[in-house]
Design a protein around this ligand. Structure first.
Ligand code: ADP
Ligand code: MG
Length: 291
């Protein structure tokens, strides 16, 4: 058996697949550049370490259940001047994750709430943290089923484990009394233990309508907001912008929610900002909007 063959066998036995895949290239380059033993060993091991890092990243991204993977590089801050870039940069340091503090993104449909939430989750995952994404509706439905089957405690653990839990589209659909209680339990259990990134088209004043009960809404907001950053995104729907440009604005495909959002949005400099409509009656428009 040649040295190369023995090397390949040993690398296979040790599960060092990345080094094995590039073995000949690594050896050829070393023969040409004659690095020190230390530098050569370092280069070889880094090959494996980097491949492993990429593999873990991919797995954690899959486990996070994100609806799409988008980053801040793909976010056009120029289109959304109401967004405070400094505030976003601060969040990108991920200090909020280490402090188990929450991020609440508020604004009308299409302004990039989910995009920013996903980009923060991606950054956290890249930094080695676990994240999990759920729409508020699916989350409450899942926990409701668990409750009826007498296994709520156990199911809750799934949503307590990741350092970052993204709850998307809070408020598009109102919750019933059980849903509100379950949501309160989840927020209480994560309080000061793990971050929640939440998106909603409802301003805080309208949360009583989501939960059907101002007392539970206050209790939830109390815990959610104690350590938190609120980001209000005002302005136009990014989706609508593309359609406007294509001259399709009057097409039947336009969702009432986005047309409403476009109509009520104000320029960033104008005050007061456009506020999302109250819960009642807007649920069906919300369903149209989901992406
Ligand atoms: P929301 O959650 O507020 O309804 P999304 O985050 O789903 O809106 O944004 C709608 C679509 O537009 C997504 O594909 C998102 O990536 C894109 N988008 C929104 N705002 C921006 C922006 N400022 N720059 C780039 N893409 C954006
Ligand atoms: Mg969204």
């Amino acid at each position: 058996m040649t040295t190369i063959e023995q090397l390949q066998d040993t690398l296979t036995a040790l599960g060092l697949a990345a080094i094995e895949a590039r073995l000949e290239t690594l050896l050829e380059r070393a023969a040409k550049q004659t690095p020190s033993y230390g530098d050569f060993l370092l280069e070889v091991l880094r090959e494996e370490a980097e491949a492993r890092r990429q593999r873990y990243l991919k797995t954690r991204l899959q486990l996070a259940h994100l609806p799409f993977v988008k980053t801040f590089q793909q976010f056009d801050f120029g289109f959304q001047p109401s967004l405070d870039e400094r505030q976003i940069r601060e969040l990108q340091t991920l200090r909020f994750v280490h402090e188990a503090s929450n991020v609440i993104l508020l604004g009308p449909p299409g302004v990039g709430k989910t995009h920013v939430a996903v980009a923060l989750a991606e950054a956290a995952i890249r930094a080695g943290q676990a994240a999990y994404f759920m729409t508020a509706h699916d989350l409450v439905a899942d926990l409701g089923t668990a409750y009826r089957e007498g296994r709520l405690e156990r199911r809750l653990r799934i949503y307590l484990a990741p350092k970052v839990l993204i709850i998307d589209e809070m408020g598009y659909l109102p919750l019933d009394a059980l849903g509100a209680t379950i949501f309160f339990q989840l927020v209480s259990a994560r309080y000061e233990r793990g971050s929640i990134i939440l998106t909603s088209n409802k301003s805080y004043g309208d949360w009583g309508g989501i939960f059907g009960d101002p007392i539970i809404a206050t209790a939830i907001l109390d815990r959610l907001l104690h350590h938190s950053t609120t980001i209000n995104i005002r302005g136009e729907s990014y989706r609508l912008k593309d359609r406007k440009r294509a001259g399709l604005l009057t097409s039947a495909r336009d969702s009432p929610a986005e047309l409403e959002a476009a109509r009520s949005s104000t320029p960033a400099s104008a005050a007061p900002p456009a506020r999302p409509k109250p819960a009642r009656g807007s649920a069906s428009a919300g369903v149209d909007e989901r992406s």
